[in-house]
Structures are given as C-alpha cells and as structure tokens.
Design a protein around this ligand. Structure first.
Ligand SMILES: NC(=O)c1ccc[n+]([C@@H]2O[C@H](COP(=O)([O-])OP(=O)(O)OC[C@H]3O[C@@H](n4cnc5c(N)ncnc54)[C@H](O)[C@@H]3O)[C@@H](O)[C@H]2O)c1
Length: 373
C-alpha cells in the first residue's frame, strides 16, 4: 500500500537516551528520506543530552521540559522514550494535548495509570501505540496464521523466554517500576497473548540473583526481583511459561514454542528480532523451516506503523487494551512471586486479527474493513 502524506509528520521525542540515539534514530532517518517524517523536537530532562543530539539530522530544537514539546502545535507524534516510571504520566499529558503517542514498554507501571491511558485513547484525537511491537513482525504474523488456521491443531502448551545479563546503565532498571519482567518478559507476554489470547490466571516464582550491581560506574542496591519463572493459564487447558531475568548469559533456544494437538510451531531468534519459524505437523511428519520474510524488521517498527496508520486514516493494529492486559499479567506475576499464590487476571482484550496475504498489506485490509463498518 502506498501512503500519501500531505506533509511529513513533526516528531516530539521525550527521553533521548540509548534507545532514541540508536534504534529509533536508525528507523527515523529512512522515514525522513521517504518524506514521512520532518523535523524532530528533542526533549530530555538531562540538559547535557542537548549537546549530544544537536547534530543528529532532523533535530531542530531541544528542551528539558516535555510540556514545551506538547505545547508545540506543529508536533503531530510524540515518542515517550524515558525511563519506565515516567511513561504513564508523560503519555497522558501527550494524549491530553491531542498528539498521536508512541510509548515504550511498559505503557505505565501501575494499572490505574494504564487504565487512564486506555480511557483517554478512546476519546482523544490521537492514536496511542504501546511497545513492544512484536505482533507487527512478519514472522509473528506468519506464526499467527498457522496457529489460527489450526495447522498445529488445538494449542495446549507454550513457552517464551527472553533474558540477558542486564544493563550496566540506568539505575531505574533495578529500582521500583523497573526489573526484567517489565523490560524483557513483556515481549514474551505480548507475543504469547497475541497468539493464544487473554490470560485468566498467573502464578510465578520471582527472586533476586544480584543484590548489588555496578550501574553507570556506581555500586547500587538492586531493589527489584531480577529472576522470574512464570506460569500463565489461558483457560481451557492451555498453559504457558515465561522465563525472564537479568540473570541469563546466553541461549540457543527458540524464543517461543507453541505445542498443539497436531503439531508444534516455534519462533527462531528472539521475538523482538525473529529469525524465522519452524513448523512440525503430524500429517507431514517433518519439520519445515521458514526464513524471516523481512530479516531486517526493526523492533521499533511501531513508529512506522503509527505514521502509516495516520496517513491511511486507519486504526493501528497495536491496541492499548492489549498493552493493559499485558501489564495486568505482569503486575499479578510480580505479586504472585511475592505472596506465593495464584492470581486471577481480570482484564481482557480483543483477539488479534490479520487478514490473509502479506502481513503489511493484511494489516491495512483489516483497517479498511473496520472503517467501512
Ligand atoms: N535500551 C534498550 O535496549 C531498550 C530496548 C527497548 C526498549 N527500551 C525502552 O526504552 C526506554 C528508554 O530506554 P533507554 O535504554 O534509552 O534508557 P536511558 O536511561 O538511556 O534513557 C532514558 C532517558 O530519559 C530521560 N528522562 C527521564 N525522565 C525524563 C523526563 N521526565 N523528561 C524528559 N526526559 C527524561 C533520561 O534523562 C534519559 O536520557 C525505556 O522505557 C526502555 O524500557 C530500551
């Protein structure tokens, strides 16, 4: 599908740390070349960042006050790329200012904050898209089609994992509102619920492997759990595990495995950087290996999807309700790890829907149908 923008969108970026200066800028520059993105107003509460981002192509202004970005009537799209505890309140301000908003994960660190965002997104002028954007990857969508078509029979069990040794920057990763579940496990929970639907019950073991860490050159106390084994109950005898932590060094296992009554499907690589998938069907009696349809798919692609949705006048596939449900699961998992009991998850979200054909095209055909009704 071709997109005709009347004029490039002006971006406001709040939080210009590693993730903006690396992965997001790598996506934004080609979008500028394509005429989809124009100027960028950069904001970071650390004034020293101003000098660092000043030379980046497209960065037209810098401020330390995010309200200046929101007060700029020409800013169309706001990216909230701060540390996690700030996400909820800044995303709320941006929606109230009538902007389209992309917020990094998690959308907020408490359910009341997240509920406000979901409610605001229903009435505000702008779309709200919440990372992670794993459901946009062509490999995820190919797997979703297999699962939905019944190619592995009825799903029964599933597994997701994502972890590493943990960042040596940003003390907030290890303080209240941080931790590996919000930072890493969130990808698996989003992908598994995307494939299997809403979770009804959660149970978890959570612990702390490293009581102290050297972060930004300083020895700090680790306040959050850094090691999780989580059980998800999807009802109807469908169960999954999520393994996540700042406690893993390396792995060579699939990111996701879904077992069904007639076969198995697994995602190679990580769910934020898929390397294809493998499908076993009893009827075929063999593994089939599918390469990634787009090996350079970037995990930042929610921004491109948001801008394309604005241009096409369609609703983004990534919904605030799904992000809210994922946060609900994660908060219940953390509580379960602390109190040792199962927790019921009350929220839900509408199952994903991708039309047949190429994932990018499919996304927009679904939108077209939504608009026609
Ligand atoms: N680093 C990664 O690999 C990675 C990957 C995916 C997603 N993310 C997510 O991206 C976000 C940013 O991560 P990062 O690694 O870039 O962190 P970072 O610590 O490098 O950058 C965060 C920046 O936000 C700024 N900031 C904090 N509060 C602010 C406020 N109120 N107003 C303006 N600026 C403020 C900080 O000064 C800092 O420069 C996090 O939500 C993280 O979960 C990070």
């Amino acid at each position: 599908m071709k997109y005709v923008m009347e004029q490039p969108v002006k971006l406001g970026v709040i939080g210009c740390g590693r993730v903006f200066r690396g992965p997001y800028l790598s996506l934004i520059q080609p979008l500028r070349t394509r005429g989809l993105v124009g100027d960028i107003v950069a904001c970071d509460s650390n004034p020293a960042v101003g000098g660092v981002v000043a030379g980046e192509p497209g960065v037209a202004a810098f401020t330390t006050d995010h309200r200046e970005v929101l007060d700029d009537p020409e800013v169309d799209v706001v990216l909230v790329l701060t540390s996690m505890p700030e996400h909820g309140s800044i995303a709320k301000d941006a929606l109230l200012a009538g902007k389209h908003v992309l917020v990094e994960k998690p959308m907020a660190i408490t359910l009341p904050e997240a509920a406000e965002l979901v409610e605001l997104a229903r009435t505000s002028a702008g779309h709200l898209v919440c990372a992670p954007f794993v459901i946009l990857s062509p490999t995820f969508q190919a797997m979703w089609r297999h699962v939905t078509a019944g190619d592995i029979g009825r799903p029964t069990l599933a597994r997701g994992r994502y972890g590493w040794a943990g960042p040596d920057w940003g003390p907030w990763f290890y303080q209240a509102g941080g931790g590996p579940l919000f930072d890493l496990g969130v990808y698996n929970v989003t992908a598994l619920t995307g494939l299997l639907g809403p979770v009804r019950r959660v149970s978890a073991f959570a612990g702390r492997v490293h009581p102290q860490r050297v972060v930004d050159g300083q020895l700090i106390d680790v306040e959050t759990e850094d090691n999780f084994q989580i059980l998800l109950d999807f009802d109807n005898s469908v169960f999954a595990t999520v393994t996540t932590g700042f406690s893993m060094q390396k792995y060579r296992s699939p990111a996701l495995e879904i077992y069904g009554t007639e076969g198995t499907i697994q995602m190679l690589g990580d769910d934020w950087a898929p390397e294809g998938h493998e499908l076993w069907q009893n009827s075929e009696g063999a593994w089939k290996l599918y390469g990634s349809p787009n090996p350079s798919w970037p995990w930042t692609s929610g921004l491109e999807h948001l801008i394309e949705s604005i241009a096409a006048g369609t609703r983004p596939l990534v919904t605030p309700e799904h992000a809210y449900h994922v946060l609900d699961i994660m908060l219940n998992a953390i509580e379960s790890g602390r109190d040792g009991t199962h927790h019921l998850v009350e929220s839900t979200f509408a199952p994903l829907s991708f039309a047949d054909g190429d994932p990018g095209e499919a996304a927009h055909r679904v939108h077209d149908r939504t608009h026609a009704s």
